[in-house]
Each structure stands twice: as structure tokens, then as C-alpha cells.
Ligand binder design. Structure first.
Ligand code: LHQ
Length: 256
């Protein structure tokens, strides 16, 4: 049994955090395995990724039992373990869907928010647990959540520690969809499969562009759009898309 399991179904890689007895709290080992799984996701024939948790939790952040004897140098720990995970998700040029099956707390919440899309089980909860133990949000929590919710709501929520239900998270736009718990895995697989049929390089470059747009000037953004559009026109999927349009048939994208 590993702490992070991966499974392939066609072009979809599902990564499952697998410490259900502690709601998939993250140890050093879990982080190491998660980074390994995200490396596996770089393979060209992986065209969409689902991140989820085993059991009744998604991920409740740092395993606090590792801090029984004190926290040590946390900044080094964050740089060595959490940052590579978040950066690996953002630099993957394919969609990463968080299928939030239960509690997403602390760095587990940040992890969900680092993904490109979030769908949730109706039983899922979103807990900015950091403040409840006197910490500040980390692992990109302030970065992603302020962008998803706007700075005012993000500060109010993250500084309150309040547990948000799936329905509230949906109303706030934090998750795009809420489904019954026993339907979540199937819905995540279906959504990922839909993405896996799209022009993957185009989707990946769209992800890069929207990330870049967060802090770019209009001039910078126009320039990157021009560069990536040039790259997009050199893909096989662009040729296929145009051919299918002209031949009045459905396209069959290869992801190349
Ligand atoms: C846990 C945990 C957990 C260990 C539940 N650890 N066992 C910080 C510092 C440094 C570097 C890196 O970054 C970070 C970032 C962080 O992530 S800080 C935030 C850490 N996370 C938390 O503080 C969350 C703590 N957990 C909770 O508040 C609750 O468990 C929530 C509200 C998430 C869920 O509540 P319940 O559904 O009532 O479940 P539970 O509390 O009964 O938990 C089930 C089990 O999981 C239980 O174990 P037990 O042996 O009693 O059955 C918990 O002790 C264990 N567990 N979170 N983070």
C-alpha cells in the first residue's frame, strides 16, 4: 500500500492520496510520492489528471503528528516539500481536476485551489484550518484563494477558520460543480475524459496564458498570446481541427 496511488484509464491519470485513516494528512513521504505521481502525469499520453482522496477526506494538510516534538524550520520544509507539489501542478500543461470528496483543510485546501478545476461531493467541506492553529495560509493558499474569491472575501474567510460546505463553496465559485458523494468519482472520470479528448496542447497553453494574465501588462499578455498561438498552429491538433471543420465532421484530436 502506498500513500499516493495512481491509476490510468486511457488518457486520464487519477492520483489518489491514500491515508484515509487521517483524512489524507500529508507527511514528508506523502509529499514525495505526490511529486512522483505528478511527474508521471507529465507523460505525453496523459491528457488530463484527477486529484482526489481515499476515504472520507480529500486532504487535511500537514500531518500534525509530525510536529509533536516541535515544527523545526518550517520555511525549509515548505520549500522542500509543499512548493514543488504546487509548482508541479501549475507547470503541468494539461488540466488538473480536484475531485474534492471530503474535508479539504489547511494545505489540502491550498492544494485543491492550485488545481485548474474543482468539483465536490455534497459532503465535502473546505476548512482554512491554518488560523485555527495559529498559522498563516501557505502552499499558495493566499495566492490562489485571493484570485478565486477576490481579496476581501478571501481574507475574511481565511482569517476566520470557518468551515464552508460544498453548497457554499459552489455559491462562492470555489467549486464549479457539486454532485452526490457516490457520484463524484464517476463524474470526475467523465469530466477528465472530456478534457482528454480535447487538443491537449491547446488546453495546456490556455492554462499557461491564464496564469500569466494574473500579473502581466496588456502588452506582455498580447505578446505571449501571439507566441503561443504560433505554437498552437504548429500542432497536429490544429491541422485536424481545421480539416474536420472543412470536411464537416467531428475532430479526432491526438493531443499532439
Ligand atoms: C489528522 C489531521 C492532521 C494528523 C485530521 N494531521 N491527523 C503547516 C505547517 C508546516 C508546514 C506545512 O504546512 C502547513 C500547512 C497546514 O496544512 S496547517 C493545517 C493542518 N491541518 C489542520 O490543522 C486540520 C486539522 N483537522 C481538522 O481540523 C479536522 O480533522 C477537520 C475539520 C479537517 C475534519 O474534522 P472531522 O471530520 O471531525 O474529522 P476528525 O477531526 O475526527 O479527523 C479524523 C482523523 O484524522 C482523526 O484521527 P483519530 O485517530 O482521532 O480518528 C484526526 O486526528 C485525524 N486528522 N486532521 N492535519
Amino acid at each position: 500500500m502506498t500513500e499516493v496511488e495512481t491509476g490510468r484509464e486511457g488518457g486520464v491519470l487519477t492520483i489518489t492520496l491514500n491515508r484515509p485513516e487521517v483524512l489524507n494528512a500529508l507527511t514528508r513521504e506523502t509529499q514525495k510520492q505526490l511529486v512522483g505521481a505528478l511527474k508521471e502525469a507529465r507523460a505525453n499520453d496523459v491528457r488530463a489528471v484527477v486529484l482526489t482522496g481515499a476515504g472520507r477526506g480529500f486532504c487535511v494538510g500537514q500531518d500534525l503528528t509530525e510536529f509533536r516534538e516541535g515544527a523545526g524550520d518550517i520555511s525549509d520544509r515548505l520549500r522542500a516539500t509543499y512548493h514543488p507539489t504546487v509548482l508541479a501542478i501549475r507547470s503541468l500543461e494539461k488540466p488538473v481536476i480536484a475531485a474534492v470528496n471530503g474535508a479539504a483543510a489547511g494545505a489540502g485546501l491550498s492544494l485543491a485551489c492550485a488545481c485548474d478545476l474543482r468539483i465536490a461531493a455534497d459532503s465535502a467541506t473546505f476548512v482554512p484550518a491554518f488560523i485555527n492553529i495559529g498559522l498563516v495560509p501557505d502552499s499558495g493558499g493566499t495566492y490562489f484563494i485571493s484570485r478565486l474569491l477576490g481579496p476581501a472575501r478571501a481574507f475574511e474567510w481565511m482569517s476566520s477558520g470557518r468551515r464552508l460546505s460544498a453548497a457554499e463553496a459552489h455559491a462562492w465559485g470555489l467549486v464549479s460543480e457539486v454532485v452526490e458523494s457516490d457520484q463524484l468519482a464517476a463524474r470526475a472520470a467523465e469530466l477528465a475524459e472530456t478534457y482528454a479528448q480535447l487538443p491537449t496542447r491547446g488546453v495546456g497553453m490556455t492554462k499557461r496564458l491564464f496564469d500569466h494574465a494574473q500579473d502581466a501588462t496588456l502588452d506582455e499578455q498580447l505578446e505571449l498570446e501571439a507566441q503561443l498561438q504560433s505554437a498552437a498552429t504548429k500542432t497536429e491538433d490544429f491541422q485536424e481541427g481545421v480539416a474536420a471543420f472543412l470536411e464537416k465532421r467531428d475532430p479526432r484530436f491526438s493531443g499532439r
